[in-house]
Design a protein around this ligand. Structure first.
Ligand code: 5GP
Length: 365
């Protein structure tokens, strides 16, 4: 375990190659890194270029990396269609100015790519204005996250384990295997529903049965992690249902859409996010030809055989998830062979309970 007193660590949320960076003062002085790497920040004296070294690297040589501020601005500029819309609009200042580009190659690049026609200028003017340089939303511009080592104490609640992956990847089979391997140790949430209880069902076992009115109130009060409608009834997973699994001193296994992950990233849950990734298209064809697709939470619905389109959809969906949410994944497991993937998952869970992991500093109060 590294000693952290006086040291600052950042988890890189993007890949960086200084040789491709036109803005770096000296390419040879740059430090390259990959998404997920832990960097020790040696100096933040310069607002644009920090000095850092790889945490795991015994070589103490520090190199230049773009500062958080600088990189956020560059990313925001690269994706104007997303970030321009998020600008808080007020006084008249150009977007380039707001983003800190006052000179050199970047402003030129900016002008070229985002120059507005006269007509656009009239209609879209407000898009190019923002209040103050640091007031646009950088939450969706992943650059670095300050982290510190964390190890679960023996009497502490378990971390929430979030499983994400495309439909059909085998996430439910993996979850089920894990659950039955130790029902005392692993738990899943009980969903809420507004539909009537069926004969053999017990409240709080299959579902928590509530009225439509209460469900809607709970939605309003942000009590749900996710919810949906099916045959005129609401179904959903509440935050409290996660708490109730954790309070029983169990590891809570939760599968959700990746866009809900960021709302779960709190000190209370300290979620560990596992991405279940499909193998190549060729391997999917070879290994899944005769299997059936069982979509999330739909186990009772008749399973149907995979089609070629299902495979392609799975790969596409996985790529989309990884490019958009990859920075939130703590672990990626490829589900090629189910047994191998299961063993890797099990090993990950065992480590999670005993070993040290990097978590956002904000989770350590
Ligand atoms: P049933 O009413 O037959 O028990 O479930 C019908 C459907 O409700 C399921 O197949 C599934 O699509 C949906 N469902 C069950 N639990 C949840 C949940 O927690 N969230 C969402 N969004 N849908 C659920």
């Amino acid at each position: 375990t590294p000693t952290i007193e006086g040291k600052m660590f950042m988890k890189a949320l993007f890949d960086y190659d200084p040789t491709e960076d036109k803005a770096i003062p000296c390419k040879e002085a740059g430090l390259s890194f990959r998404k997920g790497d832990i960097l020790q920040i040696m100096s933040q004296d310069d607002a644009t270029w920090w000095q850092a070294r790889h945490e795991s690297d015994s070589n103490p040589r520090a190199g230049l990396i773009p500062s958080k501020h600088f990189q956020e601005r560059r990313f925001a500029l690269k994706r104007p269609e997303v970030h321009m819309q998020q600008l808080k609009i007020s006084n008249r200042k150009s977007y380039a100015e707001c983003a800190g580009y006052n000179s050199g190659t970047y402003i030129a690049g900016f002008r070229r790519s985002f120059r507005l026609s006269r007509k656009d200028r009239k209609t879209n003017k407000s898009m190019y204005e923002c209040k103050k340089s640091d007031q646009y939303d950088t939450a969706d511009v992943p650059t670095y996250e300050e982290v510190a080592p964390y190890r679960r104490q023996p009497n502490e609640k378990y971390r929430l384990v979030v499983l994400v992956g495309p439909v059909g990847v085998g996430l439910n089979e993996l979850k089920r295997k894990l659950l039955i391997s130790n029902t005392q140790h692993y738990g899943v949430t009980v969903p809420h529903t507004t539909r009537a209880r069926r004969g053999q069902e017990n409240d709080g076992v299959e579902y928590i049965f509530i009225s439509k009115h209460l469900f809607e109130t709970d939605v309003q009060n942000n009590k749900f992690i996710e919810y949906g409608e099916y045959k005129n009834n609401y179904y959903g997973t509440s935050i409290d249902s996660v708490r109730s699994v954790l309070t029983k001193n169990k590891v809570c296994l939760l599968d959700v859409q990746p866009h809900t992950v960021k709302h779960l990233r709190t000190l209370e849950f300290k979620p560990f996010v596992i991405f279940i990734k499909p193998p190549s298209l060729e391997r999917l064809r070879e290994t899944r030809k005769n299997s059936k697709i069982i979509s999330s939470k739909d186990e009772k619905v008749a399973a149907k055989p995979f089609t070629e389109e299902d495979f392609q959809e799975m790969i596409k969906s996985a790529q989309m998830m990884e490019s958009q949410y990859g920075h939130l994944f703590d672990k990626v497991i490829v589900n090629d062979d189910l047994t191998t993937a299961y063993n890797e998952l099990k090993t990950t869970f065992d480590k999670l309970e005993t070993e040290t992991f990097w978590v956002p500093v904000s989770w350590l109060h």
